[in-house]
Ligand binder design. Structure first.
Ligand code: TRP
Length: 444
């Protein structure tokens, strides 16, 4: 089978940024930040992104472009008859785990889009919003219906193929999302009491930094950048031989981080202004945002467009997740693309249903006191992604080696890259050590 390439340089950046920017930035980042001490979390998060973001992302790109294969095929090609391909299988499993709970929240974006169109937030106070949010979770079939629709949409785009599927959608719509976030940020910051939210977000209280804050920040960084499980290996395999992967990695990392911080600037001032606890978790975003729109001229239209774009942002992320599973089924199991897509979608929904239902009051779908939804979230971000990223940098630093790495990132010597030595040093020594130390402190 011939592999599609991305149409243009912007294509791969748009697609990788489309994968990176999603609910992780707008929904999960504020949740994690609120639950992990505010400014202290932001500081640790930014440090991790700055030091590890580009090197880890480049490692994945290098593996992908060098082999032109999916994660499992890539490791098989580079190190046949070794245990490394297991890492690819772990990535496929992780994609399934993430898809299962991510599609739950993605489904909510559709429900909230419909609510926004029906002008159902108008004039509601925050208590009513919160009650309705909880009531919605208790209607299991509705959550599952939206989740199913979302997975179906994802499957549809994935089935149409990489180049014409992903590229087309994300190029125009993501900048629009950023634009709306900017407008929202201005409104949020100028709400009465909004500056308290800024203080919470930007003023680090160093006493709050614990092992669990560190691992949460690490996990969130990998989650947000779509790193540590092979999505970017798959994307790397579509990067052209003449593209500059380092600037691609840099652009993706920067834009993703910008959107996350911007989401924080939107959420926290408003949350403080409306009296929502920063630890409110899921409700933080879904309840706060409509309240901001209620306070804006033209809020109705902004609200509808926002939730549509949030759904699109989620879609460009779920596409990348499903693509990992589909690429595996097509290239390793040799199923047709159609059947691979059907099979992968059904599998995601089958697990995802339990994630959705576990949020019902008293559902009992929980492990050790944690809802199944939270378990999947924790398993992916705090365990599988850090482990995956650790193995990937170890592979590039110690197995693939310097010569091959330099050859890839300089396009066989054509690009002059003065910082290549620093990047390699980070990949070989700093990143493995940092990830291992944070992972272990997080477990203690
Ligand atoms: N990064 C996406 C977000 O922030 C989610 C995502 C898509 C992801 N693909 C991934 C996370 C691969 C981890 C790995 O919404």
């Amino acid at each position: 089978m011939s592999r599609d390439g991305f149409g243009s340089k912007l294509g791969i950046i748009a697609a990788a940024a489309g994968s990176a920017v999603g609910l992780g930035n707008i929904y999960r980042f504020p949740c994690e930040l609120g639950n992990n001490g505010g400014g202290a979390f932001l500081l640790v998060y930014l440090l991790i992104v700055l030091c590890l973001g580009v090197p880890v992302m480049l490692s994945e790109f290098v593996i992908g472009r060098r082999t032109q294969k999916n994660p499992i095929g890539a490791f098989k090609a580079l190190r046949p008859k070794s245990a490394w391909p297991l890492l690819g299988y772990m990535g496929v499993a992780c994609a399934l785990v993430i898809m299962a709970f991510y599609s739950t929240v993605a489904g909510w974006t559709l429900e909230y889009t419909v609510k926004a169109i029906g002008n159902q937030f108008q004039g509601k106070d925050i208590e009513t919003m919160e009650q309705e949010f909880v009531a919605f979770h208790n209607i299991g079939w509705k959550n599952i219906l939206w989740q199913g629709i979302f997975i179906f949409l994802t499957g549809f785009v994935v089935f149409k193929g990489v180049a014409n599927g992903i590229e087309k959608y994300s190029k125009v719509l993501m900048p629009l999302l950023v634009l709306i976030l900017l407008v929202l940020a201005v409104r949020s910051v100028t709400l009465p009491g909004g500056t308290d939210g800024l203080t919470f977000l930007f003023k680090p209280d160093f006493s709050k930094i614990t092992g669990s804050v560190l691992i949460s920040a690490l996990g969130q960084a990998f989650f947000s950048l779509s790193m540590g499980m092979g999505v970017l290996i798959t994307y790397g395999s579509y990067i052209k031989k003449e593209d500059n992967m380092t600037t691609t990695a840099l652009s993706v990392t920067l834009s993703d981080t910008l959107v996350a911080v911007l989401a924080g600037v939107v959420i926290f001032p408003a949350a403080f202004s409306f009296g929502i606890q920063p630890t409110a978790g899921m409700g933080l975003v879904f309840n706060t945002l409509p309240m901001i729109f209620n306070q804006m001229a033209g809020g109705y239209y902004f609200c509808v467009i926002f939730f549509v774009l949030l759904a699109v942002a989620a879609l460009t992320s779920t596409i990348s997740l499903l693509e990992v599973i589909v690429a595996y089924l097509v290239e390793e199991v040799h199923l047709t693309r159609r059947w691979s897509t059907v099979l992968a979608s059904v599998a995601c929904l089958a697990v995802g249903v339990f994630a959705s239902l576990s949020l019902k009051d008293g559902s009992g779908i929980a492990i050790g006191g944690k809802s199944f939804f939270d378990c999947l979230d924790f398993l992916s971000s705090n365990i599988l992604l850090p482990l995956g990223a650790l193995m990937i940098v170890l592979f590039v630093g110690w197995i693939l080696g310097k010569t091959a790495f330099f050859e890839e990132i300089t396009n066989g010597g054509k690009l002059k890259l003065s910082i290549k030595g620093v990047i390699y040093f980070i990949i070989k020594f700093v990143a493995p050590l940092a990830i291992a130390v944070i992972f272990i402190t997080g477990l203690l």
